[in-house]
Design a protein around this ligand. Structure first.
Ligand SMILES: Nc1ncnc2c1ncn2[C@@H]1O[C@H](COP(=O)(O)OP(=O)(O)O)[C@@H](O)[C@H]1O
Ligand SMILES: O=C(COP(=O)(O)O)[C@H](O)[C@H](O)COP(=O)(O)O
Length: 309
């Protein structure tokens, strides 16, 4: 029996960490089972036209959201699309490519939750919300190293885009099932980041209640589960600090893997070497447990969704 593809949305502002997060999730699900779509390909104008028109890529009017919606609906029903391609190196469009969806489709980009018609296509919706100061650092580093911009260009672009970030990007947070915030610890100068995961009751999350039982009552626990409100609505919040021990990480992994045995390969300490991978400042490879666990949790939701269709 064939099943329709499972669709994951990963939305966030430019350089919020969408590609980094996607990479590990695809590893868990198996690269050969995953189709990744970047919605930047649906920009309506190329870089030169946008500059002439004084419009940013973050503005819905600057994107073919109607075609994006049509394509997601086709992919969700297992049908192929002819997808445009936007080239980030020179800001132009290339000939379209034929895409046949695999078992899992990850749709990452700026405006993935902009309309109801687009939102209705996802099984799992993630929003990335790093502190703005961290995102700006990430964007400067990435765009100067990989996209050929000068630091001044990126700082100016960030300033020009801010009104559209506020009007069009950040409001999409309210549509997500999981909101992911990597943030620097207060007490360290190190580069490793903690993660705060807001878990909305819009999808059934794994049972983390054991964490409550293990909590010592001190706020310094490296893994914390609590209740909060996000945009006025009650949510669970799972926080994982960068200094969580391997033992704590394994215990969390087991809570996911006990429910979904197909994740087991990634839950042994030897199995998750590819998760949480980041390039350090000098290009060295680093592993972040908070990132690895975030990737595993999202993969958990994707596999769980296969059981519902
Ligand atoms: N979880 C993370 N921890 C540390 N650095 C990160 C993390 N996520 C992203 N980055 C940094 O930010 C840069 C931009 O991330 P990227 O995934 O390319 O963003 P996006 O796809 O949203 O534009 C990366 O090159 C990396 O240096
Ligand atoms: O904001 C983004 C999205 O990419 P990402 O989310 O990967 O940062 C890009 O800057 C625009 O797609 C095009 O702009 P440019 O003119 O810079 O190509």
């Amino acid at each position: 029996m064939t099943h329709r593809p499972i669709i994951l949305g990963i939305v966030g502002d430019s350089a919020a960490g969408k590609t980094t997060l996607t990479r590990g999730i695809a590893q868990v699900l198996g690269e050969e089972n995953v189709t990744v779509i970047c919605t930047d390909d649906y920009h309506r104008y190329d870089r030169k036209q946008r500059a002439e028109m004084d419009i940013t890529a973050l503005n819905p009017d600057c994107n073919y959201l109607d075609i994006m919606q049509q394509h997601l609906t086709l992919l969700r029903t297992g049908q192929s699309i002819l997808k445009p391609i936007y080239n980030h190196h020179d800001g132009t469009f290339q000939p379209p490519e034929y895409i046949k969806p695999n078992r899992f489709v990850i749709v990452e980009g700026l405006l993935g939750y902009a309309t109801r018609g687009i939102r209705d296509n996802y099984d799992v919706k993630v929003y990335l919300a790093p502190p703005e100061s961290l995102r700006c650092q990430w964007k400067i580093k990435r765009d100067t190293m990989k996209r050929g911009y000068s630091e001044e260009d990126v700082i100016l672009a960030l300033k020009q885009r801010e009104p559209d970030s506020e009007d069009f990007i950040r409001p999409q947070r309210k549509s997500a099932d999981v909101i992911v915030t990597f943030y620097p610890p207060d007490d360290e100068n190190g580069t490793s980041l903690n993660v705060r995961l807001v878990l909305r009751p819009t999808i059934p999350h794994p049972d983390f209640s054991e964490i409550f039982n293990q909590q010592s009552g001190h706020h310094i626990d490296a893994v914390r589960l609590g209740l909060d409100r996000d945009m006025g609505k009650p949510v669970d919040v799972l926080e994982i600090d960068s200094h969580a021990t391997l033992e704590q990480v394994n215990a969390l992994e087991m809570m996911l893997c006990n429910e979904l045995p197909s994740l087991k390969n990634f839950c042994s300490s030897g199995g998750n070497q590819n998760l949480g991978i980041l390039a350090g400042t000098t290009g060295e490879i680093l592993q972040s447990y908070p990132l690895a666990l975030t990737q595993l949790l999202i993969a958990y939701h994707m596999i769980k969704a296969t059981k519902l269709v």
